[in-house]
Design a protein around this ligand. Structure first.
Ligand code: 2P0
Length: 330
């Protein structure tokens, strides 16, 4: 019998991945950049057991048994096994996968990114695979390739039709910018109508704005963002982060039918951030919103207390008062 346990971080994009050029291989239409959060507070944890005695493959997620036939799971497993040494005896045994997230789905954070990064990393350990695996994690969930690394990470879209160059690379580790924090403002809402995968498929098919975003806006913005991170230039970082979030949501609204992930509270938080920055006479906090209403705030540690007290004052009831509503370290 062999057993392996791994953990992987969630990540929050500052230049968003929105749109695929290949649905099956999960190849994006633009590069993206994110920060992986410290695994001290939130992470995915996966244990894989393999034994000659296991009669079938099994997969549990947060205590519930899942089908083992999901194409995303089988694609990852196939890609990993292809890289393994055929002579490994346990390569041919069945496996049992047990995955858990230690954060509530209510936090609205992309659990599939941490989950697939963790699964692929654990499989790589199990079958003694070394080297690049982010392009395999990508086949589980696009954003998972960024969770293979800590710190600031760029997913290069690549040019290959089969995707071997569509992979993530670390820009700098988290301790490059140790003061950086992320607040997750959990906004009450009912379940979203479109998953990220469905939403980006509709946008890619129907929006004319998305082509301009992918071909003109993001290529310029991504280089500027990399420089802002390397130079720890918060002004530039904040402007690019907010503009890119706005651009992704503009493309969602430009889709047909239009897709609105943000609600009134998200919009109010965005207005509050702009007012707060105007008051401070510089950009001290930056919002970014994924495929849901929860609004994330990148800010430096020195700003957390001030900004949170304003948020608590303005939204005493609208933002869930839970433990994720505080400064998370990268
Ligand atoms: C991102 N999102 O860059 C963007 C911003 C959501 C909004 O990556 O279909 O779960 O599995 O590749 O990775 C969420 O999309 O989608 C996402 P699939 P995924 O973080």
């Amino acid at each position: 019998m062999k057993m392996i346990t791994c953990i992987a971080p969630i990540n929050m994009a500052v230049i968003k991945y929105w749109g695929k050029r290949d649905e099956e291989l999960i190849l994006p239409i633009n590069d993206s950049i994110s920060a992986s959060l410290s695994t001290d507070v939130m992470c995915a944890k996966t244990t894989i057991v393999t034994s000659a005695l296991l009669k079938e493959n099994k997969f549990w997620l947060n205590g519930q048994e899942q089908s083992f036939d999901s194409p995303r799971l089988t694609n990852c497993l196939r890609a990993i096994k292809k890289r393994a040494d055929e002579k490994l005896p346990h390569l041919h045994w069945n496996i049992s996968i047990c995955s858990e997230n230690n954060f509530p789905t209510a936090a609205g954070l992309a659990s599939s990114a941490a989950g697939y990064a963790c699964l692929v990393y654990a499989l790589a350990q199990l079958y003694n695979i070394e080297g690049e695996i982010s392009n395999i994690a990508r086949q589980g969930s696009g954003s998972a390739c960024r969770s293979i690394y800590g710190g600031w990470v760029r997913w290069h879209k690549g040019n290959s039709p089969v995707g071997e160059d569509s992979l993530a690379k670390q820009i700098v580790p988290a301790d490059h910018w140790p003061e950086m924090r992320l607040l997750v403002l959990v906004v009450n809402d009912t379940k979203k109508k479109y998953s990220s995968a469905k939403g980006m498929a509709i946008t890619t098919l129907t929006s004319s704005l998305i082509k301009y975003r992918a071909n003109e806006i993001v290529p310029r913005r991504i280089e500027a963002m990399e420089q802002a991170i390397l130079n720890k230039n918060f002004q530039s970082f904040a402007e690019l982060t907010m503009k890119d979030s706005n651009s992704m949501h503009a493309c969602c609204l430009d889709s047909f039918p239009p897709i609105a992930y943000m609600n009134e509270v998200s919009h109010s938080i965005i207005q509050l951030v702009h007012l707060y920055n105007d008051y401070k006479k510089e950009l001290t906090v930056a919002y970014t919103v994924d495929a849901g209403p929860n609004t994330c705030i990148y800010l430096l540690e020195s700003e957390v207390e001030d900004f949170l007290s304003i948020v608590n004052f303005v939204f005493p009831n609208n933002v869930d008062d839970n433990e994720y509503y505080r400064g998370l370290k990268l």
